[in-house]
Design a protein around this ligand. Structure first.
Ligand SMILES: CC(C)(COP(=O)([O-])OP(=O)([O-])OC[C@H]1O[C@@H](n2cnc3c(N)ncnc32)[C@H](O)[C@@H]1OP(=O)([O-])[O-])[C@@H](O)C(=O)NCCC(=O)NCCSC(=O)C[C@@](C)(O)CC(=O)[O-]
Length: 304
């Protein structure tokens, strides 16, 4: 009998970074109350998500949905085995994060000028200068720092983004002390061939093990892009329960790849995530109901 072909990555562990409570909710006009956010994060943790991005300390005028991040952090039950990173755009954000007891922050840069200007009101160069002090201060205080790059494939303002621009920003973030860099396909324009080429270019100068895939699903390519990234050696993915999300500065971009869909994919490949799929599907149903809409996860729909 011929043994079924097994993919080279079978049985490896994959770390998922659940970004639903931040990336998923930041764009919501009628965003949920603080209690609902706390229940969402608690349910995600109970389902086995070990890293949950809990919110962001950004301008509440620009992103009102995240204005209660301090309250969320302070009122969450103690979950010693769960990392709860928060997004921080500047020193003020870092100070607020530290006051709220955060142990991990994420800094976010863009690979395209147009998105950088709209998202954080400064150029890529200025954002690097701003972040030097933020990253240094966070590391001195013993916080872990994760880096994000937006628009690694295409920018809603500038069009296609050259791969070498992405590589430069990723190198800079790792050199400054980020333990990992998440590659954000902000408008979900990437295809597997492009993701492979991007990761191949990155791999020439940095360990692929320090990169994460952050794929939005606007064109329905996100799960295929996860597979392409897995084949290229990536073992960390940002996912969003119920496929929640979108970016306030990338009009029309849909949510992140759904956590349920990625857990189902990885389980089918024999890879470990530590996530309980039925509990995750229930959590997706919970937040979809709270937002008054159907889940964007195909697996969530199939299993509900
Ligand atoms: C970066 C700034 C602050 C610059 O904004 P600015 O206008 O240049 O800064 P400013 O220093 O002049 O401050 C503007 C206002 O924000 C306040 N402010 C200033 N800093 C803070 C702070 N930390 N916390 C709370 N408030 C703050 C400040 O006090 C002031 O208040 P006002 O006088 O208008 O009432 C602003 O542009 C901003 O907050 N942008 C938020 C952008 C954002 O959150 N975008 C979404 C996240 S990124 C993303 O989704 C992509 C990602 C990561 O998921 C990956 C991907 O898919 O691509």
């Amino acid at each position: 009998m011929i043994a079924p072909a097994r993919p080279a990555f079978s049985s490896d562990s994959v770390r998922l970074v659940e970004v639903g409570p931040r990336d998923g909710l930041q764009n919501e006009k009628s965003y949920p109350a603080t209690d609902v956010k706390i229940e969402l994060i608690t349910r995600l943790a109970a389902a086995g998500m070990a890293t949950i991005e809990a919110g962001s300390f950004v301008s509440p005028r620009r992103v009102p949905a995240m204005a209660d991040t301090g309250d969320v952090m302070r009122r969450l039950p103690i979950m010693p085995d769960v990392s709860l990173p928060v997004l921080v755009p500047n020193m003020r954000g870092l100070e607020q994060a530290m006051l709220a007891g955060c142990r991990e922050i994420a800094v976010f840069l863009s690979a395209s000028e147009g998105f950088s200007q709209r998202n954080i009101q400064c150029s890529i160069q200025e954002s690097r200068a701003r972040y030097i002090d933020v990253i240094d201060a966070a590391l001195v205080a013993g916080l872990r720092v994760r880096g994000y790059i937006s628009c690694v494939v295409r920018c809603p303002y500038d069009g296609d983004v050259p791969i070498d621009k992405v590589v430069q920003v990723a190198q800079w973030l790792l050199e400054r002390g980020c333990y990992e860099v998440s590659l954000g396909d902000t408008i979900g324009a990437g295809t597997p061939a492009h993701i492979r080429a991007l990761l191949q270019a990155c791999a020439a100068t940095m360990p692929v093990t320090q990169l994460a895939g952050h794929f939005h699903d606007t064109y329905g390519m996100a799960v295929a892009n996860v597979v392409a990234a897995l084949e290229s050696g990536v073992r960390v993915f940002d996912t969003s329960v119920a496929g929640l999300g979108g970016c306030p500065y990338a009009k029309g971009a849909s949510g992140n790849v759904a956590s349920e869909d990625v857990v189902y994919l990885l389980r089918g490949l024999g890879m470990q995530t530590g996530v309980d799929l039925p509990a995750l599907v229930e959590t997706g149903a919970f937040i979809s109901q709270a937002l008054g809409r159907a889940t964007a996860s195909a697996v969530g729909r199939a299993l509900s």
